[in-house]
Design a protein around this ligand. Structure first.
Ligand SMILES: *[C@@H]1O[C@H](CO)[C@@H](O)[C@H](O)[C@H]1NC(C)=O
Ligand SMILES: *[C@@H]1O[C@H](CO)[C@@H](O)[C@H](O)[C@H]1NC(C)=O
Ligand SMILES: *[C@@H]1O[C@H](CO)[C@@H](O)[C@H](O)[C@H]1NC(C)=O
Ligand SMILES: *[C@@H]1O[C@H](CO)[C@@H](O)[C@H](O)[C@H]1NC(C)=O
Ligand SMILES: *[C@@H]1O[C@H](CO)[C@@H](O)[C@H](O)[C@H]1NC(C)=O
Ligand SMILES: *[C@@H]1O[C@H](CO)[C@@H](O)[C@H](O)[C@H]1NC(C)=O
Ligand SMILES: *[C@@H]1O[C@H](CO)[C@@H](O)[C@H](O)[C@H]1NC(C)=O
Ligand SMILES: *[C@@H]1O[C@H](CO)[C@@H](O)[C@H](O)[C@H]1NC(C)=O
Length: 635
């Protein structure tokens, strides 16, 4: 089987990439769907500065390079930033220290992947560094059973703890940023999800974990492997410290994930479903893909949804209590990393929009996601070129894309030259984060490096203008016209997600929707119909082929679609398929758009972990006078 619409997965490849107080406004905020949509906001002033990182060394980290003896980073090893400490003056991050001298040199502790804090207010720590390593030098007895830190650094609101997969870094009574938070006070506790009936074993494998704004719940995802198919299920849980566990490993102080709920309804829902010979297209279907976080007030989970327009990847929110679904983004780019402001009124989203990489498949609007049934995994993979992202950060209001508004590009300033704020060769990676006051945003970017440039790739490799030639940079955007609102603390939400499926250790993964199989008619909400056909493979385990013929199909009264398209998939392995694709669509209305494959069709492969685009033939979308072509092979 392939990834289905409800199982879109983002492989981050992070490691392989050398690599008012009052209750009235709150109750208003918690309404999922709003009756009236205001006009888009005017652009606002944004300043962007770069924050300092440790010095770079190519080899040994000497006192010449770092006179304080507090470590070096390599130009191209791992860095990832997270959110702000509660004072909004520090950003948490993970950084791979390199070149440390051997013990007993005191600088020997600055080695490997560590949790650090970076000053975001131009000041320094007492030793003169604008950054502090929190986990360097933590004694072994303080980290029994922990796993190496790897990704997704996030501070808790108590200022004393931070999370880095798959552990909680805890400084006891001391604030992480304070001088008295010294390595001997720091504990690194593993996080464990029990998946055995008797509580035994090492626990289930979790990924992409996010702290809920109430500071006590945690969202996470977990892969499933059923019938040779890779899938992913999102979960909601409570994080509970267990000082002396009696079952399972490690038998050391740890955080347990308890009251776990799969964010899937017991009766699976999907955007497309069959009712007799009719196809039902439900944009509000509660079908949580990959969990990506929570809205600031904590009442909604955010996630990468199934496509609700063909080829168009967006983020959604679903109310944890009511299950009401809200589409946050609807631009033509691929969007998934996001953060929502503490008052839930603003989003910062990473989208490929600026690069126009996806529009050859997503540019024609209002096309139902019929061919996506087989194409979605390959389509999602086109967003990256290998480890290279094409993301930039955008500030988007609650009501989302509308009219010509796709939000405001946060890093618009600059002349586009190498190293400038808007240099397109610097791409943002997950996650951008709002400050607690909502008036600052931290995001980090990575410079394109070989083989995603140079050699046979048509993009020449840029030379880094950063200190030491490093290919990571941490940026701080300030929304200068904003003042932090007074928000009450987020009260702990219920452990119960009424529409989810309570997780019981040992129970099978939640069911997926039944496969569409046969011919169905989809009636446009405004006019026309789409005549669709879904054909299963011989083993009846996945949809092999899908076709759709549109006759004056319109859901919005703006786009009227004619023509047909079909896609057939041939799985090559768990993460790679060959798609054979034919499209000949035209849309009339506000603009005339076409989506057309060249003679002989379009044949494409793009591995879901490798993200290398490889196609024969062409697929071209034209919107008015603008022509969107596919990326070059390997580019
Ligand atoms: C960290 O850097 C070392 C070299 O100093 C490298 O061997 C290792 O793979 C890197 N680890 C990560 C997670 O980037
Ligand atoms: C949450 O889990 C605890 C045990 O870990 C249990 O006592 C409690 O009843 C659970 N709460 C709910 C709402 O299921
Ligand atoms: C679409 O899904 C939502 C959420 O489950 C449900 O409330 C609604 O009735 C569905 N609409 C249709 C037309 O099935
Ligand atoms: C799929 O449709 C074919 C043709 O109508 C039918 O023979 C087959 O039993 C169906 N399979 C499933 C799993 O619905
Ligand atoms: C398509 O439907 C619209 C709305 O019903 C109608 O005005 C238009 O004439 C139709 N176009 C064709 C070619 O049938
Ligand atoms: C797809 O469409 C093309 C062009 O109309 C046609 O030649 C081909 O037979 C169709 N393939 C399938 C599987 O429907
Ligand atoms: C699938 O095949 C591609 C291309 O050979 C390869 O890069 C990828 O690692 C394979 N994936 C799996 C899961 O075998
Ligand atoms: C493209 O064509 C070449 C040469 O026939 C073939 O080796 C390759 O597999 C094809 N790739 C795709 C994605 O169709």
């Amino acid at each position: 089987m392939r990834f289905t619409q409800s199982f879109i997965i983002t492989f981050l490849n992070t490691i392989t990439f050398a690599t008012k107080g009052a209750s009235t406004p709150l109750s208003k905020f918690s309404i999922g769907q709003r009756s009236s949509v205001p006009p888009p906001p005017a652009p606002e002033p944004i300043t962007v500065v770069e924050l300092p990182l440790p010095p770079v060394s190519q080899g040994a980290c000497t006192l010449e390079i770092n006179p304080h003896g507090t470590g070096c980073m390599s130009p191209d090893y791992f860095f990832q930033s997270g959110n702000f400490l509660p004072d909004d003056n520090h950003v948490v991050a993970l950084l791979n220290f390199t070149g440390a001298p051997a013990a007993p040199d005191p600088a020997s502790i600055y080695s490997g992947l560590q949790a650090i804090l970076i000053k975001a207010d131009g000041t320094t720590f007492p030793n003169g560094d604008p950054w502090k390593c929190v986990t360097c030098g933590v004694p072994a007895e303080n980290m029994v059973g922990s796993t190496p830190l790897s990704t997704n650094p996030q501070a808790f609101k108590d200022g004393k703890r931070m999370l880095a997969e798959y552990n909680v870094v805890d400084c006891g009574d001391a604030l992480l940023a304070d001088a008295d938070c010294t390595p001997d006070k720091v504990y690194i506790y593993p996080i464990r999800w029990n998946v055995e009936v008797d509580g035994s074993g090492t626990g289930g494998s979790i990924r992409e974990i996010r702290i809920h704004p109430d500071d006590v719940h945690l969202g996470f995802n977990s892969y499933t492997y059923t019938a040779g198919a890779l899938g992913e299920v999102p979960y909601f849980s409570r994080l509970q410290f267990n000082p002396s566990p009696t079952t399972g490993t490690p038998l050391a102080p740890r955080y347990d994930l308890v009251n776990v709920t799969a964010l899937r309804s017991p009766v699976p829902q999907s955007v497309l479903s069959a009712d007799g010979d009719q196809l039902i297209y439900n944009l509000s279907a509660l079908s949580v893909g990959e969990l990506r976080g929570f809205t600031g007030l904590g009442n909604e989970v955010t996630y990468l949804g199934p496509t609700v327009e063909s080829g168009n990847f967006d983020v959604f929110a679903a109310d944890l209590t009511t299950g009401v679904v809200r589409r946050i983004t609807s631009d033509t780019g691929y969007t998934d990393p996001l953060d929502v402001s503490p008052d839930s009124q603003w989003n910062v989203v990473l989208t490929t929009l600026e690069s126009h990489r996806m529009e050859f498949v997503s540019g024609m609007r209002g096309v139902p996601p019929i061919i996506d049934t087989v194409a979605v995994g390959t389509l999602a993979s086109i967003r990256n070129n290998g480890p290279r992202r094409f993301f930039q950060p955008w500030l988007l209001d609650y009501y989302g894309d509308r009219g010509g508004y796709n939000g405001q590009l946060i890093n618009a300033a600059g002349d586009g030259n190498p190293g400038s704020i808007n240099d397109p060769n610097w791409n943002a990676n997950a996650d951008p984060k709002f400050s607690h006051g909502g008036n600052k945003i931290a995001y980090f970017q990575v410079l394109v490096i070989p083989p995603e440039c140079g050699g046979t790739n048509p993009l020449p490799c840029p030379t880094s203008t950063e200190p030491g030639g490093r290919v990571y940079r941490l940026m701080l955007a300030t929304l200068t016209s904003r003042t932090p609102p007074q928000l009450p603390p987020v009260e702990p939400v219920s452990d119960v997600v009424p529409w989810g499926t309570p997780y019981v250790p040992g129970a099978p993964s939640p069911l997926s929707s039944p496969l569409l199989n046969g011919s169905y008619t989809l009636k446009g909400k405004v006019s026309g119909s789409a005549y669709t056909k879904f054909t299963l493979d011989n083993t009846e385990s996945y949809v092999k082929s899908v076709s759709a013929t549109y006759e004056n199909y319109s859901d919005d009264g703006i786009h009227f679609i004619f023509g047909s398209e079909n896609v057939t998939t041939t799985p090559l392995n768990l993460t790679l398929s060959l798609l054979d694709w034919h499209s000949d669509l035209v849309s009339y209305g506000e603009t005339i758009s076409t989506k057309i494959t060249g003679l002989g069709g379009f044949h494409v492969e793009d591995d879901e972990t490798g993200n290398i685009f490889e196609a024969n033939g062409t697929l071209t979308t034209t919107v008015g006078a603008v022509v969107y072509r596919q990326p070059v092979n390997g580019g």
